[in-house]
Ligand binder design. Structure first.
Ligand code: SME
Length: 155
């Protein structure tokens, strides 16, 4: 599992040094990806103009889905329904859009501050039901730290 305490501290250190969200979003993806073998693909989608998610950065196999309309796929559904998703078996989810034929489960955690949704952290695993509640809690605290920076840049 990813040690959220360490990652959140690293991200705060970067903020203190003056790094902006672009660097923090990349650091978060890399930290999560290297933390656990179950995390086969890790990326961040941001909500763009025009009800569309765009892929900011990722580690893993290249994906065809650099843009996803809000409401489409598990990623777009999370934003449309304003909630996180831990999908244990992607083959049973009718909204699922495949990035890799090997993916069995997927975790989507929103990057949000209050009512505002900035984007999401998306993790795919080649193992079925790879993500437990501890993964969810860890990724939520990383997402919250990213949201803090994104919100600060909006002001
Ligand atoms: N599986 C996602 C698409 C993005 S890829 O996992 C990189 C979805 O269903 O929205």
């Amino acid at each position: 599992m990813v040690d959220a305490g360490v990652v959140v501290r690293d991200l705060q250190d970067m903020r203190d040094e003056g790094h902006l969200s672009d660097a923090l979003l990349r650091k978060a993806v890399r930290s999560i990806k290297t933390a656990d073998d179950r995390y086969d693909w890790v990326g961040i989608y941001l909500v763009g103009e025009g009800e569309e998610l765009w892929l900011h950065n990722y580690v893993g196999e290249p994906t065809l889905h650099a843009k996803i309309p809000v409401g489409t796929g598990i990623c777009g559904r999370a934003v449309a329904q304003r909630r996180n998703f831990n999908v244990k078996d992607v083959s049973k989810d009718e909204d699922y859009i495949a990035c890799s034929p090997d993916t069995k489960s997927e975790l989507v955690i929103l990057i949000r501050a209050g009512d505002e949704i900035f984007g999401e952290i998306d993790i795919d695993s080649d193992q079925a039901a790879a993500f437990n509640e501890e993964d969810e809690i860890a990724v939520i605290s990383i997402a919250d730290k990213l949201a803090e920076q994104l919100a600060a840049e909006r002001r």
